[in-house]
Design a protein around this ligand. Sequence first.
Ligand code: PAF
Length: 170
Amino acid sequence: MQIFTTRKGLRDYLNSLENKHLSLGFVPTMGALHPGHISLLESAKKHCDLSICSIFVNPGQFNDPDDLKRYPRMPEKDAELLTKHGCDVLFMPEVEDIYPEKPNESYDFGHLDKVLEGAHRPGHFNGVAQVLSRFFNILRPDRAFFGEKDYQQMLIVKALVKQLDVKVEI
Ligand code: PAF
């Protein structure tokens, strides 16, 4: 498994593969990987030529700074697990690399982010959208895989992809 900690490193690598026309399957995560993540990786491997997982604890989607501080971080263990399950590429960028400046774009998801989890976590889905728009832009994946357990998030991601007009199948 190739590991990249900068977007430039990852982009250079993906550019070097461009003439191979590989389809890219992306599994975004915040780490602390469990069997659900591994099943998404298995889908990415099944449907795409190259599987890429990201581990990035995205500050923008935490309402409570203490939750962000307490969020479990175990990159070595996660990397071991991904290697064991045949992931091709792991992307683990620093916050400054993804957000050189504080992000301020805001998305309109209508009713979708005002109900259920969104009602209790104002700004949470906007933070998810901010980070995914960056990742889609950096990786340009053909497909991206999300757990159906987070059904509201999945609907928001589908709406985001429409708004951004990016060619990624969710
Ligand atoms: O579901 C998650 O773990 C996160 O919301 C995601 C999609 C990785 C974005 O940070």
